[in-house]
Design a protein around this ligand. Structure first.
Ligand code: ADP
Length: 542
């Protein structure tokens, strides 16, 4: 018997369709951007769609052909948003480069991706002028500004972004092509070895946008005002530049102004309801709001992820400011969203503390992703909330292989995340560590995240990191590295005493060192490797 086929339209999932939809159905909804130039820029989805079409024309005029990579070094703003659509929408590939990486790494990444055009904000002009001689593939350097802000002199043959766009007539139709075509590239931050590129497709990006906007995920709607603090160069701002136009919400972008005061003012003036960012940016915002005894008038929900969100931060945001925290886990290789913590209906009757413990976990997978934990023998471990194993995932927006690499990173069809996690019977996943960061004491594992979360709940602690320190008898024992809050008194005994009763005695750190600053990666994660190097010769008390 011949198989009966579905008889529905075949429309490829095109990134351009998100913006076309927003322009047609929410055409008057605003996109507001704090510019590098210092002022606030506002226009609508209708304007953004037209300018993105003009940009597609301009890039073609510069000689870009299907599949060519266009690099960006830019903050969150409307021009960057136009580049997302003008490139992917016209069959080019948007390559967002993280400007916080070391200059040599930035050059390496641009060369590896073979970017043909490089678009960058004024902030990065000095950096690009220095790097330009090393960027072999780049044919055009485009400064993302208007004529008035173009420098009088530059060693580069600079093109002015606004002039390029404004020279076009916009008579351009978004093409339709295979939905599996590459749409954008992000590189992992390469804490070990050279960064690796993850190449997303139109299909994977659209499915991620649908799934991440759902009520059990980020719960985005046209009634929201959404401000992604997470940069557009950090895994596509967690997909928000796609899911926000999908739902037609007002989009607010902070540019380079990420300090607590600037963010707070933007949240208030634009009536932001929903945001997303890594824990370190929330530290700055919370401090500002607390110090000045301010309140949020409209801000109700935020996604926090990228590294473990300390429970103390979740409590402060919820109890003091009425902001619901959605703790999420993801990675570059997952576009990035994998899991997000939200209660199930059956949890509504649980006591508040039990609910909180669930919401502190990294949460349940969203439809489209599948996960399991496996032992070192690659055999699945039970979902009992106790057994900790290597977290592996598969799904519609998980990478199959890295850019320009033939070898597959997969194990039996699953992508090994490098994270160690538990999963409970309800499917709530909790990351206990990066596999490289676990502290192995006498054959038992101690979760560095658990140790950090407890320390972070101490009122005098600004930031804490737990690392493994060599130990003659136990192989490794935990050392806690602490940054105090300014003006606070805090002794080693205070901290160690704070662990009593919160964790098994043998898991309490052996020692505490106080430092002025804990090093972070370009994506805001604690650089454990650097800390381990710095304290390699630390002698633990006996
Ligand atoms: P990088 O390029 O540094 O890998 P990613 O953003 O892709 O940047 O980092 C992914 C990693 O970040 C995850 O594998 C995990 O270790 C960590 N991570 C992300 N979100 C969380 C979270 N909510 N809790 C704990 N770790 C997290």
């Amino acid at each position: 018997m011949p198989r009966l086929m579905g008889q529905m339209m075949q429309m490829p999932l095109m990134i351009s369709s998100l913006l076309v939809h927003a322009a047609r159905h929410n055409g008057d909804v605003e996109i507001v951007s704090k510019r590098v130039e210092g002022d606030l820029h506002r226009y609508t989805y209708r304007d953004a769609e037209l300018r993105s079409r003009k940009l597609a024309q301009a890039l073609a005029r510069l000689g870009c052909e299907e599949g060519d990579r266009v690099g960006t070094l830019a903050w969150n703003g409307y021009r960057h948003f136009e580049i997302y659509y003008g490139t992917s929408g016209s069959g080019l590939v948007c390559h967002t480069v993280n400007p916080r990486l070391f200059p040599e790494q930035i050059a390496w990444i641009i060369n590896d991706a073979q970017d043909r055009v490089l678009c960058f904000d004024l902030t990065f002009l000095p950096l690009i002028e220095k790097l330009a001689p090393h960027l072999q593939s780049v044919k055009h350097f485009v400064l993302m500004t208007d004529r008035a802000h173009m420098p009088a002199q530059s060693p580069l043959d600079l093109k002015c972004y606004d002039e390029l766009v404004e020279a076009e007539d916009g008579r351009y139709e978004w093409p339709e092509f295979d939905e599996n075509t590459a749409s954008s590239i992000c590189y992992t931050s390469g804490t070990t070895g050279n960064p690796k590129g993850a190449v997303y497709s139109h299909r994977s990006t659209l499915l991620h946008a649908f799934a991440s906007a759902m009520p059990d995920a980020m719960e985005c709607s046209s009634r929201d005002v959404i401000l992604p603090v997470v940069p557009m160069f950090h895994v596509n701002a967690w997909g928000l530049p796609y899911s926000v136009p999908l739902v037609g919400a007002k989009l607010v972008m902070p540019g380079p102004h990420l300090d607590g005061k600037s963010l707070y003012e933007l949240f208030e003036s634009e009536k932001v309801t929903f945001s997303a960012g890594v824990p370190t940016v929330w530290l700055g915002l919370i401090n500002h709001v607390k110090q000045n005894q301010l309140k949020f008038s409209t801000f109700r929900r935020t996604v926090i992820g990228g590294s473990a969100c300390p429970p103390a931060m979740i409590r402060t945001l919820e109890d003091d400011f009425g902001v619901q925290v959605l703790h999420a886990w993801g990675m570059t290789e997952l576009s990035p969203l994998g899991t997000l913590s939200k209660l199930k209906a059956k949890h509504f009757d649980l006591p508040k503390e039990a609910q909180r413990r669930l919401l502190e976990k990294q949460g349940k997978v969203i439809y489209g992703i599948d996960m399991q934990i496996v032992g070192d023998d690659e055999q699945p471990l039970p979902w009992d909330g106790q057994a900790a194993g290597n977290l592996v995932v598969r799904g519609h927006w998980v990478i199959d292989r890295y850019y320009r690499r033939d070898d597959s990173p997969l194990q039996d069809g699953w992508f090994p995340t490098g994270d160690v996690a538990t999963i409970d019977a309800d499917g709530f996943m909790q990351i206990t560590d990066r596999s490289k960061d676990v502290i192995k004491s006498g054959g038992e594992w101690i979760s560095s995240i658990d140790l950090e979360n407890i320390a972070m709940a101490h009122p005098a602690v600004h930031e804490a990191a737990a690392i493994a320190c060599r130990h003659a008898k136990w192989d490794e024992r935990p050392l806690l590295v602490v940054v105090k809050k300014p003006g606070q008194e805090l002794s080693k005994q205070d901290i160690l005493g704070f662990y009593e009763g919160k964790i098994a005695k043998w898991q309490i750190p052996d020692d505490v060192v106080f430092v002025d600053e804990i090093p972070h990666t370009a994506t805001g994660k604690i650089q454990k490797l650097k800390l381990r190097e710095r304290f390699a010769d630390h002698v633990l008390p006996t």
